[in-house]
Design a protein around this ligand. Sequence first.
Ligand SMILES: *Cc1c(COP(=O)(O)O)cnc(C)c1O
Length: 374
Amino acid sequence: MSQPAPPPLTRLVPEHVRRFTAYVPSPPDEELKRLYRIDQLHRLNNNENPLGPPPAAVAALAGMAPAQHALYPSGDGFFLRRRLAELHGVEPAQVLIGNGANEVIAFVIKAFCQPGDAIVTADRTFAVYEWVAEFSGIEARLVPLRDHEFDDAAMLAAARADDRSKILFLCNPNNPTGTWWDGARLARFLDAVAGRQVVVVDEAYAEFVDDPAFPDAVALMRRHPNLVVFRTFSKMWGLAGLRIGYMIGAPEMTDIVRRTAVVYSVGGAAQIAALAAAGDQAHRAATNALMDEARRHVAAEMRGLGLPVLANAGNFLMVRLPMSDTIAHRRLLAQGVMVRAMTGFRYPNHLRLSLSHPAAMEAFCRAMHGLVKR
Ligand SMILES: *Cc1c(COP(=O)(O)O)cnc(C)c1O
């Protein structure tokens, strides 16, 4: 006897999920090398640390007995939170870890927003705030950057348009422009918000800034319990593959966000490596010296080719191309150099390059020369 055809699965899917297109990650290196018939690939698309994790983290990982992987880790990063609290001058209860800062973004949105609410951020910034909002039925209000910077006045206006906006996301320094607000500007912004919304400051690239004018977010938190700060072990600390990030908030803030945090989402190896890596200033100095050298070299080379460069804070820079970034991306890949095509970030005809070792920077400059001068 034949069964009637089942009704389509899509009828179970909320409209905001149906509308959303899934992000397609880049293929693994081996696959790309096969596709593009290349022997070597410089992966300069994800802002990873070319020096890897600090030596103490490498040793901590090597020292793990395989049997440890049979055990669940600390569900809330007990020892790591204690260490991070000490480094930032807060209480352990103010720190919440996640499976990358990406997961912490989802925790905060889930804690404060329901379908019909809104978040406010920039149009050209890290896209995960916008994506998590949209596939959750939450409107993402995207305020245009002004001179490549987050526009305080326009963000406040977007937040005040009605009473639906719950969270303002500031990426500081901004990925991909590298621009940042100083402490005074962030303090003025928080005064103007006056606790009406949550303010998230994503400091994924904070460790790449040495300027004393960079905000002391923890100090601001004492006066502004609506402030949340994100950090990650993926960029400066070279642990992107282990997926670990964290947030710091006032005790009442962290109590709220913890309700939506999935326990055991951060593995034991990630916790052990992060504990060893946290606050390693020698590693930070070595990384920043390498970044400064690469930034100077690439910026000069690109300007020599007549290409405008946006090189501010962070371990990356942007180049404006005289052609489509999608085509440039493919041609650079064929030369063994993988960068980020920026149309998806609303920067058509731009690419973002992760700063790295001299050999990788040389390969990029050579490939760009071939691209522009033919
Ligand atoms: C890379 C990045 C993150 C995410 O980091 P994970 O901890 O790897 O999830 C968050 N914010 C910005 C701005 C980033 O560039």
